[in-house]
Design a binder for this molecule. Structure first.
Ligand SMILES: [Zn+2]
Length: 224
């Protein structure tokens, strides 16, 4: 956990713990349409059950470069290329249990504790997704696509953690990056990508992952 990548992973990844159950109970409404909630992976699964994710947006910045935060988050979460494919229905509400925050580095650092975001990384911890404003403004040197795609990627990546997903590796040079690859710091030869790959959609659509996981040391990985 001493490398920058590992630290980013720590800042973004998390897992088990009983608070998840509270968060899940408070934050979602499961409206399963079928009883076939399989625990095995399938590429031919039927339409996934619907799980409602209610969220609120908080922006603790006031500059022009971050003025589009709420509209970009909303559009990304509702985009048919995103986590909606896994059966998640995103609803914005003032009293929602989950918060998607944009703030300056020191505030993100404070609110992501015990993760250390070093004043620049984004994180998900429990019901909070926190995105650092400087990266919203200018992405990172390692990012090779445009700024709008970076913003979509960081939303989908951190919300992916909120949905219980962990990091994935780049499968090989020239491959499209999984959205759960920590693309902010290193693409490992993968092509930048803001949207979940089919395998990631399939994993999330099983709806067997704890939502809003709390702090978890280490960097657990999801594998195909
Ligand atoms: Zn992450």
């Amino acid at each position: 956990m001493l490398t920058a990548l590992a630290l980013l992973a720590l800042a973004g990844c998390s897992g088990g713990g009983s608070p998840q159950d509270l968060a899940r109970a408070a934050g979602t409404t499961s409206t399963s349409r079928s009883t076939s909630t399989s625990t095995s992976s399938s590429t031919t699964m039927p339409a996934p059950a619907r799980v409602v994710i209610r969220y609120r947006i908080e922006r603790d910045t006031d500059d022009a470069a971050t003025a589009n935060f709420a509209s970009t988050v909303d559009a990304t979460l509702h985009d048919p290329r995103g986590w909606t494919r896994a059966g998640f229905v995103f609803e914005e509400a003032d009293n929602a249990p989950y918060t998607i925050l944009l703030a300056e580095g020191p505030e993100v650092q404070q609110r992501c504790r015990p993760y250390d975001t070093y004043g620049k990384y984004s994180c998900q911890i429990g019901p909070l997704v926190a995105i650092t404003a400087d990266r919203w403004r200018s992405a990172t040197p390692e990012w090779t696509a445009d700024l709008h795609a970076y913003r979509q990627m960081v939303v989908d990546h951190e919300v992916g953690h909120l949905l219980g997903l962990h990091h994935r590796d780049c499968p090989g040079a020239g491959s499209v990056a999984p959205v759960m690859l920590p693309q902010s710091t290193e693409l490992h030869g993968c092509l930048p990508n803001p949207w979940p790959l089919p395998a990631e959609v399939t994993r999330a659509a099983r709806h067997d992952l704890p939502l809003a996981p709390g702090y978890e040391p280490g960097d657990p990985r999801d594998t195909p």
